[in-house]
Design a protein around this ligand. Structure first.
Ligand SMILES: *Cc1c(COP(=O)(O)O)cnc(C)c1O
Length: 382
């Protein structure tokens, strides 16, 4: 009995060579299937247990769960690192921030997810860390802000302005200062952008969005290649306790299986809607990385495999006209959040602390027929 050790359970071996030469669309479908033995189910089922019969590997389900491991293996294979699943995107965000030494300077994209900004502000108010917002379209500003920083927090495309951060260049800038680089890859997904390949140290996801993809799950993920960072995040999860539910993890992986085709369709729809909106008389401006008119179109083309399924546009009549359009849509859902098969939109500046122009609508473009989407949207705008 004495040689029984508590080990890190259910952590996939870090062996990405299995996926070499395969397209991400294939990896999303075939990774994370669990044991290969004959008679095993093709999908790892939701493992509903809190304890495991005592053995050297598995003890308690706050440490690990085979259903998490299946999702983690798949996302790890797609991002090119080792993945940990968390209870939510914010749980993953907080695990990274909580791991910083007291008083660390965090430089973050001023145009970031609201929850991340609020969390940074709260921690700064308590004196846990110093939070410095920066405009990620301004390389000189990023370089100046990174002096003596411990962490550079990037999001790209940003929310909701869909600005593109130059992940490769800023990773070099931050690393020169000894800072860790985190990229929230929720909007792009690993199918369109692989931040670890571009030099980032940690990738964060709200898998509640495109990865799960059906507006029915809250889930978070963190991915890294670095052994030490992985261990630290593992302990933040186990001891912080922000672990996902087995059923939610199962649903996330089921959703992820179809991410390649959902994204392809959503992106094609977004491109078509963006082009049509550009010539619509009620629209002041359209912000979409796939348009030539996007100020960082060339960088987006270089850094991403595609412009994604998120689209922002500014309605000419300001907040009132944008609110009316949101009220009138019928095929499109008026809702916050994003990344589902269903198209949704909302006026961003209705949220406190959101810096978007008053008439800006952010749209998450889904998989409906594009003519139905256009008919609904143009009716709502007229
Ligand atoms: C939604 C979101 C989060 C937070 O994730 P939850 O799963 O809602 O906790 C973080 N970052 C981005 C970019 C998001 O869209």
């Amino acid at each position: 009995m004495s040689d029984r050790k508590r080990t890190e359970n259910h952590i996939q071996p870090f062996d990405l060579s299995r996926w070499e030469g395969l397209d991400p669309a294939t990896i999303a479908v075939i990774a994370g299937r669990g044991p290969e033995e004959p008679g095993q189910p093709i999908n790892v089922p939701p493992m509903l247990t809190s304890i495991y019969k005592d053995n050297p590997g598995n003890l308690y389900a706050r440490d690990g769960n085979p259903t998490w491991a299946a999702l983690e293996e798949t996302v790890g294979a797609l991002e090119g690192g080792r993945c940990l699943a968390f209870a939510s995107g914010m749980a993953a965000v907080t695990a990274v921030l909580d791991g910083l030494p007291l008083g660390s300077k965090v430089v973050y994209s001023a145009d970031s997810y609201t929850g991340t900004r609020i969390q940074l502000d709260r921690m700064a108010a308590k004196g846990t860390l110093e939070a410095v917002p920066v405009d990620v379209t301004d390389a000189a500003a990023v370089e100046a802000a990174c002096v003596e920083a411990a962490l550079l927090w990037l999001e790209s495309p940003t929310n909701p302005m869909l600005s593109i951060a130059d992940i490769e260049a800023f990773s070099e800038t931050a690393h020169a200062q000894g800072a860790t680089v985190v990229v929230d890859n929720t909007f792009a997904t690993p199918l369109l952008q692989k931040p670890l390949d571009l030099g980032a140290d940690i990738v964060i996801h709200s898998a509640s969005k495109f990865i799960s993809g059906h507006s029915d799950v809250i889930m978070g993920l963190a991915v890294t290649r670095d052994e030490g960072r992985f261990e630290a995040l593992f302990h933040e999860r186990t001891l912080g306790g922000a672990i996902p539910g087995p059923l939610e993890t199962f649903l996330s992986l089921r959703g992820l299986r179809t991410l390649p085709i959902r994204l392809e369709k959503g992106q094609a729809n977004a491109m078509e809607l963006a082009r049509r909106l550009e010539t619509h008389p009620q629209i002041e401006s359209v912000i979409y990385p796939g348009l030539d008119s996007h100020p960082q179109h060339a960088l987006a083309q270089r850094q991403m495999r595609g412009p994604g399924a998120m689209l922002s546009f500014v309605v000419a009549g300001g907040a009132d006209a944008a609110d009316k359009a949101c009220d009138r849509v019928e095929v499109i859902t008026h809702a916050t959040s994003l990344g589902g098969v269903d198209t949704s939109m909302e006026r961003r500046s209705r949220w406190e602390g959101e810096h978007a122009p008053p008439g800006l609508i952010r749209m998450s473009v889904g998989c409906e027929n594009v003519e139905d989407l256009w008919a609904d949207l143009s009716r709502a705008l007229d």
